[in-house]
Design a protein around this ligand. Structure first.
Ligand code: NAD
Length: 381
């Protein structure tokens, strides 16, 4: 089959869905790889790099879309990009089907098979294709780099002839994939790290990374905020009050707050309130990784960095993986080529879209003129 990647049209997007390395792997599966000229440049890959990996370069997007059987993208296509596709083609991309019913209807109407990388089931076998995790890992790492860049002090404590410097205190709220990456990065920079999550099972992971789990005290065992599938559920009012009270105690002591708390299918819970920001020291930094979902902090402005009247820097960027375009493309390119490997069981360049396979079924949102989202729950954990 012919598999190709477009230059991403979303403003500022630096990632590309196929790298020279992943193109090599796709070639070994018997596929022919194509690329729109210049698609890899912002991720650090020239057309020449791709040519050396056996990739055919197309001058225009229309030429590429016209030539391929499978179109790989990072960002969901615009209606116009999708409009260039034809019946029988397959699209692999982040698609967020719950938020994009029109896109699904368009794919259905045009007879396109659509695979949403954000819908790959989070089961062990599919970890290598889990693009949500690979991008969250990068976002978590980058949030700390961004915080350090905005913080006028060291992360690590030091004793030198010029004076004694205490380590920075970092609080990470939400210890999923991004939060754990932020914890690991902060610890490795030498900060004193605290972390909170509504799922108590992450306490052990947090402590094993050298951070301190922030416990809430209850008279009786209570709701722990864990829902099915390892995700969080909205907290009870009592739990939320305890959580906010604990955060108010911590706010004046923390130098850096990184928030990553999300609940699937909902706006981000507001956990870092305006009065907590007011209690923080001038020069402190908040990085809100939930900005795209409205933010965990009351004062976050999505896509912006701003400084409050009391001198707290709040970073609400929503494009952290793209800010590390080379790394993100490498990992996303791997996620995509592993998915295509599952679609090519014979390693003979022939795609077998097996809807009996849990992973392929879970990620396929449009197939055979049908909208196939939401999928049935996976059979294997
Ligand atoms: P996510 O991005 O949906 O949420 C981030 C974190 O925010 C979660 O840890 C959640 O518990 C936490 N959170 C929600 N509300 C909160 C609140 N009020 N206060 C504090 N924290 C709050 O999560 P994610 O990173 O996508 O991962 C969610 C789960 O899925 C984790 O258990 C993770 O280990 C699991 N997972 C499994 C696999 C796999 O098995 N292949 C892959 C990836 C993730």
């Amino acid at each position: 089959m012919k598999i190709g990647a477009l230059k991403e049209s979303f403003a500022g997007e630096a990632r590309v869905a196929i790298t020279p390395a992943s193109a090599g792997h796709l070639g070994k599966l018997g596929h022919e790889v194509l690329l729109e000229s210049g698609a890899g440049v912002r991720a650090g890959f020239s057309d020449e790099d791709y040519r050396k990996a056996g990739v055919t370069i197309c001058t225009t997007a229309a030429e590429l879309v016209g030539a391929v059987d499978v179109l790989a993208k990072v960002r969901q296509p615009t209606p116009a990009e999708m409009g260039q596709m034809r019946s029988g083609q397959t699209l692999i991309s982040f698609l967020y089907p719950a938020q994009n019913p029109e896109l699904l209807a368009q794919a259905q109407g045009q007879g396109i098979t659509a695979i949403a990388m954000d819908m790959v089931p989070r089961i062990s076998r599919a970890q290598k294709m889990d693009a949500l995790s690979s991008m969250a890992n990068i976002a978590g790492y980058r949030s700390v780099i961004e915080a350090a860049n905005n913080f006028g002090r060291f992360f690590t404590g030091q004793v030198t002839a010029a004076g004694k410097v205490p380590p920075a205190k970092v609080l990470v709220v939400g210890a999923g994939v991004a939060g754990l990456a932020a914890i690991g990065t902060s610890v490795s920079l030498g900060a004193q790290v605290y972390a909170f999550d509504v799922r108590p099972e992450v306490a052990e992971q947090i402590e094993s990374m050298g951070a301190e789990f922030v416990y809430l005290e209850f008279d009786e065992p209570t709701q722990d905020g864990a829902a099915t599938g390892g995700y969080a559920a909205p907290s009870s009012p009592e739990f939320r009050e305890k959580q906010l009270a604990r955060f108010r105690e911590l706010a004046p002591q923390m130098d850096i707050v990184i928030t990553t708390a999300l609940i699937p299918g909902r706006d981000a819970p507001k956990l870092w309130t305006a009065d907590m920001v007011e209690m923080m020291k001038p020069g402190s930094v908040i990085v809100d990784l939930a900005a795209e979902k409205g933010g965990n902090c009351d004062l976050t402005i999505p896509d912006e960095r701003h400084v409050t009247e009391n001198g707290v820097v709040i970073v609400g960027y929503t494009d952290f993986p793209s800010r590390m375009g080379a790394q993100a493309s490498e990992l996303y390119g791997n996620n995509i080529r592993h998915f295509i490997a599952d679609l090519t069981p014979g390693k003979d360049g022939v795609i077998n879209h097996n809807m009996e396979d849990d992973v392929i079924r879970g990620a396929t949102v449009v197939h055979d003129h049908d909208i196939t989202w939401p999928p049935p729950p996976p059979k294997i954990a």
